[in-house]
Design a protein around this ligand. Structure first.
Ligand SMILES: *Cc1c(COP(=O)(O)O)cnc(C)c1O
Ligand SMILES: [Zn+2]
Length: 435
């Protein structure tokens, strides 16, 4: 089964060896993706094989990514793959949040259960495997946080040096802490995400560092398995909708590619519709979907949102994401800071919890059901992308009424739960607990 890289642009479709160190098509600058021949086993046998591996103690079988290696066959040899047992994330019953979302039932596939707390781990185990195979010794990324945390962990675990570039003063504390703890060389640069990306691209070329940014096609391959695992967990029953937050749109691209490939292989019989939710202050993809001319995305110059994981003004993967949303009959919605903050607290109160960007999922569902785009009896899987502990400052400020949006407006703690200061007095506390 020969794996190749292929240019995503319809008018080009140039092919390159899978081992070529390129991030964009050398001919046209287009995005690249991995492509494969047909797998050796028919759909039913693949499903049975993947199910059997769940009882195996072999490290690769325990990974929710590599368990499905026939679906991402870009490696010639699995001997050097480093797994931290990524994936294997649960689909949780979101019944306590369904009413808020305007739905009868709701499920959350919670990627925050990953080893470093976000879905970036699904992709990073693949990106780092490719770096090892290419003989690289250093890897780098620019990140608003979770990519850094994930790359730091996987690179260090693989004996590679992780180098991280972060927009100065724009990162949730939990994520920076992880990058430092996992041993990454960390540079905070005084520029925005898109500017730093240009800087790092030129550094990578000069110094022979492998780039693990979100356009890296091998990260996309790993993130495809989120959809495969979801279908496996649902016994291959296709939901009506899959809802996820959109920043750089790598995950949207990965989900769409994964679902299309599953349909092509006969693993599923139809595609769910993708609903991508952006923060209103960083919604260039939403704007693109509204525009008559969708041939060019207009970047948002100063993206603003407290949901730092989706604070992206110029999403690199938009051509792929546009194709995937269109192919699935999907939609793009945008939500306010207040809507994100409230949805997050509702998810928390249900005992589930997630980081701010993830909550855009529920805020978007609420908006789409209100607008009648999503029916109340639809079968919906929302993707929660990151762990609740990623951004503790946000949580404390919300519940104590101290949270302010990027423009300074106060976020109302509509579902606030502030701690109460009391004297060390049994009667007083007893009285309070009885009321
Ligand atoms: C990276 C990330 C996103 C955005 O994903 P894209 O692939 O950039 O669209 C959303 N939520 C969390 C928690 C993330 O880490
Ligand atoms: Zn091309």
């Amino acid at each position: 089964m020969t794996a190749e890289l292929i240019c995503f642009e319809e008018r080009c479709r140039s092919r390159y060896p899978i081992t070529e160190v390129i991030y964009n098509c050398p001919r046209c600058g287009g995005l690249l993706e991995a492509t494969y021949g047909k797998p050796l086993l028919p759909a039913e046998e693949l499903k049975a094989l993947w199910r059997t591996r769940r009882t195996s103690n072999a490290p690769l079988d325990q990974s929710g990514v590599w368990r499905y290696r026939e679906f991402i066959p870009f490696l010639a040899d699995y001997g050097r793959v480093v797994t931290l047992r990524e994936g294997k994330t649960p689909i949780l019953d979101g019944r306590l949040t369904a009413e808020y979302g305007g739905l009868e039932r709701l499920w959350f596939k919670h990627q925050g259960f990953n080893p470093t707390g976000s879905f970036k781990d699904n992709g990073m185990t693949c990106g780092v495997a490719q770096a090892l195979r290419l003989g690289m010794t250093r890897v780098a990324c620019v990140s608003t946080g979770n990519t850094s945390a994930s790359m730091a962990a996987y690179a260090s675990a693989a004996g590679l040096q992780p180098i991280i570039f972060i927009p100065h003063g724009n990162i949730a504390y939990g994520k920076l802490a992880q990058a430092l703890e996992y041993g990454a060389r960390t540079f905070q640069v005084e520029a925005n995400f898109d500017q730093i990306l240009a800087l790092v691209r030129s550094l990578a070329e000069r110094l022979g560092i492998y780039l693990l940014n979100s356009i890296n096609p091998f990260r996309i391959e790993g993130q495809k398995t989120i959809m495969l695992e979801m279908m496996d967990q649902r016994d291959w029953r296709v939901p009506d909708w899959v809802v996820l937050p959109g920043g750089n749109l790598g995950n949207t691209s990965a989900f769409g590619k994964g679902l299309r490939e599953m349909k092509d292989l006969g693993l599923i019989d139809r595609l769910p519709r993708l609903a991508v939710i952006q923060a209103a202050g960083a919604s260039p993809f939403y704007d693109l979907m509204q525009a008559e001319d969708r041939s060019k995305l207009r970047a948002v110059e100063h993206p603003e949102t407290l949901a730092t994981a989706i604070k992206i003004g110029d999403p690199v993967s938009w051509p792929k994401a546009l194709h995937e949303v269109t192919t699935s009959g999907g939609v793009v919605e945008r939500v306010t800071e207040q809507e994100i903050a409230d949805a997050k607290a509702v998810i928390g109160r249900a005992g589930i919890g997630c980081e701010p960007a993830s909550a855009a999922t529920l805020a978007g569902i609420r908006k789409l059901t209100k607008a009648g785009v999503m029916k109340s009896d639809a079968e919906v899987v929302g993707i929660l992308t990151g762990n609740v502990l990623k951004d503790p400052d946000f949580i404390h400020q919300y519940h104590t009424g101290a949270l302010r949006g990027p423009d300074g407006t106060q976020i109302q703690p509509n579902f606030g739960n502030a701690p109460v200061v009391v004297a060390n007095n049994v009667e007083i506390i007893e009285n309070m607990l009885q009321s």
